[in-house]
Design a protein around this ligand. Structure first.
Ligand code: NAD
Ligand code: USQ
Length: 404
């Protein structure tokens, strides 16, 4: 297959591109390098030393003999460029990773909220409109998030995208329907993924586009079989307070001797997936496209759920790190249970990589190897969700007085 990977320079996109290329697919990486510029804005950088996209693809050619083409393009801003690229390359599939993906970054300020909405919603909509305009029947595989569901249910397992509901008509007849599971985002970033869902549903219905939306949990780990082959292929490893995700942060914090930063009581339960399973899932999704006219296929891309304080205890037990309960900068439930269905990927052959000592140590080992590059001042999460959480700083946007 010819596969365009939008956002192919990122934490998930790069290892997915290498995996697909290794399988013999013709891979085109498209990225505007915004993630690298955000590093500069934040004064942070990947713990692992990542080389330029041009050096990455040259190293892959040297190591594997396979060619990945890199194209710098802003999917959200350069619609005409996207149309021209699709017409010139005519991919069989497009994997869409090209969004601003950090919840804390999306909550930093009104400007960051607006950037995240503009970038993510425009990127997705441009791609959909461009597929229709070009008439290409490419299968679109999007990386969505488990966070579209919120992190709790009425007691059942979170289904894969759709919820069967019974409604009573005005004649008193009970009718069964299937609806998109109601969204309950926990940040402006997560909100953009909820908006994406609506865009997909509409374009699948109206234009019969073939779309798969992968509702992914928190990805942990760094290496895949391909990224480990040469230091120039190394994946990025985010540990800063905006982009670092919880388990990788804990492993990095343990490696550099920093107390593990548990938000609040650490009672938040989240879904997780190892990076090697993530690339396999993308492959499986590409191999099992919906038919034209089908509704959007939605898969829950996660393998396990964990409570944050349990993860901290596990990492502390393995490494001797200390745990620190810090005030939660987010507006989220202090404690939640999370039960998720993920039957589709299991039925299609995914063999989950579970959290186990060896893998945790492998990631900690990566972090230890590059510990000298760590800037400990970048570890605290300083982005807060509400004005009330910003101590001493009065809100610039006073709330309207109820009824006033
Ligand atoms: P990332 O920030 O490392 O990678 C995203 C890439 O997209 C970056 O290289 C960035 O430069 C590029 N990009 C962003 N906007 C673009 C635009 N307008 N045009 C072209 N390129 C653009 O993020 P990631 O961790 O690799 O996440 C990839 C996708 O997977 C995201 O959509 C994210 O929501 C989803 N996801 C990630 C995780 C996780 O734990 N990392 C979990 C669930 C879902
Ligand atoms: N947390 C801590 N300590 C930390 C960092 C985080 O306790 O040092 C807590 C947070 O408060 C939160 C939980 O850990 O309750 C998860 O935070 P996270 O930053 O690991 O994950 P999140 O913000 O949800 O976002 C990440 C990715 C995002 C993806 C999402 C999947 O950045 O792109 O969509 O995971 S999910 O969580 O299933 O919505």
């Amino acid at each position: 297959m010819k596969i365009a990977v939008l956002g192919g320079d990122g934490f998930c996109g790069w290892p997915a591109s290498l995996h697909l290329s290794d399988l013999g697919h013709d891979v085109l990486v498209v990225d505007n390098l915004s993630r690298r510029r955000i590093d500069e804005e934040l004064g942070a950088s990947s713990l692992t030393p990542i080389v330029s996209p041009q050096e990455r693809v040259a190293a892959w050619q040297e190591v594997s003999g396979r060619t990945i083409t890199f194209v710098e393009l802003d999917v959200a801003q350069d619609y005409d460029g996207l149309v021209d690229l699709l017409l010139a390359q005519r991919p069989d599939a497009v994997v869409h990773f090209a969004e601003q993906r950090a919840a804390p970054y999306s909550m930093k300020s009104p400007a960051h909220k607006r950037y995240t909405v503009d970038n993510n919603v425009n990127a997705t909509h441009n791609l959909l409109a461009a597929l229709v305009e070009t008439g290409l029947d490419a299968h679109l595989v999007h990386l969505g998030t488990m966070g579209v569901y919120g992190y709790g249910t009425a007691g059942m397992k979170i289904p894969e995208g759709y919820l069967p509901v019974q409604v009573v008509t005005h004649e008193g007849e009970q009718v069964e329907q299937e609806i998109l599971y109601p969204t309950n985002p926990g940040s402006v970033y997560h909100l953009t993924k909820c908006l994406d869902q609506q865009l997909f549903a509409y374009y699948a219905k109206n234009d019969r586009l073939r779309i798969t939306d992968l509702h992914q949990g928190i990805v942990w780990g760094t290496h895949t079989d391909q990224t480990a082959r040469d230091e120039r292929l190394v994946n990025r490893f985010d540990y800063d307070g905006d982009y670092g995700t919880v388990l990788n942060r804990f492993l990095m914090q343990a490696a550099v001797g920093y107390p593990l930063t548990v938000h609040g009581t650490g009672g938040q339960t989240r879904a997780f997936i190892h990076i090697r399973d993530m690339v396999r899932c993308v492959q499986i999704a590409l191999e099992n496209p919906p038919a034209r006219g089908d509704k959007v296929k939605i898969f829950n891309q996660m393998t396990q759920t964990h409570r944050v304080r349990d993860l901290a205890e596990l990492v502390a037990g393995l490494s001797g790190a200390t745990v620190e309960m810090v005030p939660n900068p987010r507006h989220e439930a202090a404690e939640n249970d999370l039960h998720v269905r993920n039957d589709t990927f299991l039925d299609l052959g995914l063999e989950p990589t579970f959290l186990e000592e060896g893998l945790l140590l492998e990631v900690e080992e990566v972090a230890r190897r590059y510990a000298h590059r760590a800037d400990l001042e970048k570890i605290p999460c300083t982005s807060v969700w509400t004005a009330e959480q910003r101590p001493g700083v009065p809100s610039r946007h006073p709330q309207p007085v109820a009824g006033g």
